[in-house]
Write a protein that binds this ligand. Structure first.
Ligand code: CMP
Length: 143
């Protein structure tokens, strides 16, 4: 079954939004296969966001993601990569539709509450960066 990586950023954690966000993801039908509250080191932040290293906001991005704890998740489900991105909403909360996580909770593109993998390749890479194999659990949901 397909897996993806989602991470509630420091603004979401510090605004006490872990519960409401996880509730939306669980209600959608996704299975939480891994989850942890953690600090992101500068080195992990730079590796995770390496595709943005030449962007003018890269320093700001690394500073922000290392500024407080994040809530990292592995979600599993049919078409979870694309469907989770729909639940998360557009990168810029100013363009994110109401009803999406960023549309309902976010205000600025820098502090946009949550990150989600954008492709099968990035999902595999990001799960591997944030989780040991033993932290991704296999179990059945009861319908
Ligand atoms: P995320 O999904 O975590 O992936 C890269 C992040 O870069 C993105 O969410 C935004 O938070 C951030 N980002 C994108 N564009 C800008 C920008 N113009 N200024 C600051 N941050 C940005």
């Amino acid at each position: 079954m397909e897996k993806t990586f989602l991470m509630i950023k420091p603004d979401g954690v510090q605004r006490n939004l872990i519960g409401p966000i996880v509730e939306r993801l669980e209600n959608k039908g996704f299975k939480l296969a891994g989850a942890k509250l953690m600090h992101v080191s500068e080195s992990l932040a730079k590796t995770h966001y390496q595709e943005h290293q030449d962007k003018p906001f890269f320093g700001e991005l690394v500073d922000f993601i290392t500024s407080g704890p994040v809530f990292a998740m592995v979600l599993e489900g049919e078409n979870v990569i694309d469907t989770a991105r729909l639940v998360v909403g557009a990168t810029n909360p100013q363009q994110a539709a109401p009803g999406t996580i960023r549309g309902d909770f976010g205000l600025t593109v820098g502090k946009n509450i949550i990150h989600g993998s954008d492709s099968p390749e990035s999902a595999e890479r990001e799960i591997g960066l944030f989780f040991d194999e033993s932290e991704v659990l296999d179990y059945d949901l009861i319908n």
